[in-house]
Design a binder for this molecule. Structure first.
Ligand code: GLU
Length: 305
């Protein structure tokens, strides 16, 4: 495995040149566009690291997986899916258009911004800090790393420039989908996007999901198995923005990407995988990260189909 990963990183490094860093906030343009790293964490607790695996990044939309985890654990499936749908979207992640045109005003799914903001409102905690702590603590447990925290500069910029997210959240409050204080919900959401991690942290989180919610290192149940099933189904259908179908065809396992350049992937009952490659394609997915996962899926025959 180690040799395979070293080779895959080396062979795909060239693709980092084909993308652009996210630039909606200055902080993200400070990343190294040529970085490419991977961690595979298998269910026998073997850890494989290759390339720029020490790179720290903000998890951005990868946090949406853990926000959904907490919303489902705190409020249950019925309440969560009465306020957010389970259908893929062909629109960009921060699109607002369907909120008005859909009869129910429900966001299409938990992984577009509108859906993740609704899920943040459903996480336990009656203020921004409590909601944030609820999800941060879950991330720390799932990654087995108590030192994970936010990048404060990224949080400040997200908050300062997050006007589209603000518009989405106030619209949803007006439509009675969000019941909580909008600024509290947004504050928690911006903080969760700004959590800093490494590929090893994210691969361990993915391994828990792929192991039916049981941590492979302690054998404790961290997430209920029925929640993991929902997470993987939505990752499979909605995890790669408006390129989720293509990813299902070319790679074939559940994943969630973020504009920081990380892609979290779950190979059910086998392993958790995380890649980092901050240069993104037009859909907001790591260009080289996608290629790495495609190679790995082919070489190890990991597609679920
Ligand atoms: N902070 C970003 C936003 O909410 C996250 C985008 C992403 O990673 O998809 O706009």
């Amino acid at each position: 495995m180690q040799i395979l990963l070293n080779d895959i990183i080396k062979d795909n490094k060239v693709h980092t040149k084909k993308g652009e860093l996210a630039d909606y906030i200055p902080e993200l343009t400070k990343a190294n566009p040529n970085a490419l790293g991977i961690c595979v964490y298998d269910l026998e607790n073997n850890v494989y690291l290759a390339g720029d695996f020490n790179t720290k990044f903000t998890i951005q939309s990868v946090s949406k997986v853990i926000i959904l985890t907490c919303a489902l654990m705190d409020k249950g499936r019925e309440i969560v899916f009465s306020k957010v749908g389970t259908e893929p979207s062909a629109d960009p992640f921060n699109s607002i258009i369907k909120l008005e045109t859909r009869h129910s005003h429900k966001p299409l799914n938990p992984f577009i911004n509108a859906g993740a903001i609704v899920c943040t409102s459903l996480v336990n905690g009656n203020n921004a800090n409590k909601k944030f702590r609820r999800v941060l603590d879950m991330i720390r447990i799932m990654a087995d790393n108590p030192n994970i925290d936010i990048n404060y500069h990224v949080f400040q910029s997200e908050k300062l420039t997050g006007n589209t997210n603000r518009a989405i959240a106030y619209y949803l409050k007006g439509a009675n989908i969000i019941e909580e204080d909008v600024e509290d919900v947004l504050d928690a959401y911006f903080k969760l996007c700004s959590i800093e991690a490494t590929v090893e942290d994210v691969a361990k989180m993915a391994a828990v999901i792929g192991n039916k919610g049981i941590s492979p290192w302690s054998n404790e149940e961290i997430v209920p198995p029925n929640v993991c099933k929902v997470l993987m189904a939505i990752m499979m259908t909605c995890g790669l923005y408006n390129a989720s179908g293509e990813f299902a065809v070319n790679v074939g396992f559940p994943a969630k990407s973020g504009v920081g350049g990380c892609i979290m992937s779950v190979v059910p009952n086998k392993m958790g995988i995380a890649v980092i490659g901050p240069a993104l394609d037009d859909n907001g997915n790591s260009v080289a990260g996608l290629k790495v996962l495609e190679s790995l899926s082919q070489k190890l025959e990991l597609s679920m189909f």
